[in-house]
Each structure stands twice: as structure tokens, then as C-alpha cells.
Write a protein of this length. Structure first.
Length: 287
């Protein structure tokens, strides 16, 4: 005869199950940490777009200093690696200019020269970033300058560094970069000027493939994991259904009438089996 389970025992098991489920949910919800702060809306949206493609959820908050992006602590390292591979956030092009900000009514020739070179480099870098697959672009400009009185004037030159994501045809892009830079800097027009533009191109890591998402009920999950999650939820549902049925069965056994009825069932099965065996023996003897 099955041993009845007391109501206090059932309540205790139910509390343990609830506490275990709560601890599992709390463990799954990691603490939110700051990924980037002081961003513009454009930079923040670009970062959110790249991270969401990799399945990283980002919380965007605005404050007086700009936009702050928060991610779960468990996703911090993966989010940082993804941003570095994409060249995000974009380098601010105004910091060097702010160092040489105009302070008075009249600027020195050196200050005017530095501001001009910085503005020219920043504009060229911004244009380089418009090329497809370009992640980082740096332009270093050297304008004509006389080192000392009586010395010949040093001609203009430029050095360009480009980091890109494959695929990109360097042989097709490099002449365009030289022509663009030479046409933008005084003293570099013509074939001789293009020869004074040095271009260095470096391939970065290929972009990681994006994650396809799908809706599983009210949840947004990766499409590759949807099938496995359906089976897991089905097994959990069946296990929970079986546990509820077992608990209901044990509670029903606490009723005296149900317990007596269940205790008689094995005896009836034995009587039917014995009667069937006697019938078979009598038929063989009669034959």
C-alpha cells in the first residue's frame, strides 16, 4: 500500500521548488554595468545596432553628459570585443582642435597652422570613413614649410592609415585614396603629388555573422536554439504535469475510501488470474 504524504511535507517540497526557481532566475539576470558613457545619439545608435546583431541586449540611457550604454556583466567582455572589431565608438575628431582653441583676439601663426592642419586631417578622415568596409582612418598632413631662413621649402606630403573589414580590393581603393588626398592638400596636385602620399592599409578581423532571431511565445530567442528550447520546455511541462499528478494522487490517498478501494484492486486481479488458470485446467481435463 502506498505511503500517504502529509500536507506539511507537500508544502515543504513546494516551497523548495519555488526557492530553487527564484534563485535560478536571479542567477540568469546579471548585474547591468556601464559599457560606454558620454556618447552622442548617432554613436550610441551605431553601437546598439552592432551589438544587437550579436545577440547582446543594450540599455540606452540619456543624461546631461550624453548617452550611456549599459549591458549585463556577463556580456561586457563580448560587447567590448565586438566594438573593437567594428572600430566603435568613432574617434572624436575635435579633441586636438580643442587643445589649440583660440583664446584671444589674435592667434599666433603656429596656432593658426596647427588648427588648419587638424581641420584638414579631420575632414579627410571623415571622408575616408565613407568608403565601404573602412573601420578606422587616420591622415597625417605635412604642409610646405621652411625649416630655417635660406633653407629650401620642404614640400607637402601626407600619410594615410586605413583599417578595413574584408572583403575589400586594396588595388582598387588605394589609387582612389591617393587621388582624393592629393587633390585636398595644397602642393600635391598632379602625378608627382600623388607619389608623395603614402597609404598603408591593414585588414582587420572579418565581421562576425549576425544572429537570426525568432519569437518563441512571448520570448525573443535565437533561431538556431528555438528547436532545442521547444523540446526543453515540453519536457519541463511534462515533468511538472507528472509531479502535479503524483502530488494529487498522494493527496487522494489520504481519503480513507480511496485508500480502501486501491487496496482491494491487487486482490481482485489475483482472484481473476486464479479463476482463469482453474478454467484452463478444467478444460484440459475434460478434453
Amino acid at each position: 500500500m502506498p505511503i500517504p504524504v502529509s500536507a506539511s511535507r507537500i508544502r515543504s517540497l513546494f516551497r523548495v521548488a519555488c526557492v530553487s526557481l527564484l534563485l535560478t532566475l536571479l542567477a540568469a539576470c546579471s548585474k547591468m554595468v556601464t559599457l560606454q558613457a558620454g556618447l552622442t545619439d548617432a554613436d550610441a545608435n551605431e553601437i546598439v545596432l552592432v551589438l544587437n546583431r550579436q545577440g547582446i541586449q543594450v540599455d540606452k540611457q540619456k543624461n546631461k553628459e550624453g548617452v550611456t550604454l549599459l549591458v549585463q556583466g556577463s556580456d561586457l567582455s563580448r560587447a567590448t570585443e565586438t566594438m573593437n572589431a567594428a572600430g566603435l565608438p568613432r574617434r572624436s575628431l575635435s579633441n586636438l582642435g580643442e587643445v589649440f582653441k583660440k583664446q584671444g583676439m589674435i592667434s599666433s601663426p603656429m596656432e593658426e597652422r596647427v588648427r588648419y592642419i587638424h581641420g584638414l586631417s579631420a575632414e579627410l578622415e571623415s571622408t575616408m570613413l565613407q568608403f565601404d568596409s573602412v573601420v578606422v582612418a587616420r591622415v597625417h598632413v605635412v604642409l610646405p614649410e621652411r625649416i630655417a631662413p635660406g633653407e629650401p621649402i620642404q614640400p607637402s606630403s601626407a600619410a594615410v592609415f586605413i583599417k578595413y573589414r574584408p572583403p575589400l580590393d586594396e588595388d582598387a581603393v588605394m589609387p582612389r585614396v591617393r587621388r582624393l588626398v592629393a587633390s585636398s592638400i595644397p602642393g600635391l596636385a598632379g602625378e608627382d603629388g600623388r607619389n608623395k602620399v603614402t597609404v598603408v592599409m591593414m585588414a582587420g578581423e572579418p565581421p562576425a555573422s549576425g544572429i537570426a532571431w525568432t519569437m518563441l511565445g512571448p520570448f525573443r530567442v535565437a533561431a538556431d536554439s528555438a528547436g532545442g528550447l521547444i523540446w526543453a520546455f515540453t519536457l519541463l511541462f511534462l515533468a511538472a504535469l507528472g509531479a502535479c499528478g503524483y502530488i494529487a494522487f498522494q493527496m487522494a490517498l489520504r481519503d480513507t475510501r480511496v485508500a480502501q478501494l486501491m487496496s482491494k484492486l491487487p486482490g481482485r486481479r489475483v482472484q481473476k488470474t486464479v479463476a482463469g488458470a482453474d478454467a484452463a485446467v478444467s478444460a484440459q481435463q475434460g478434453g
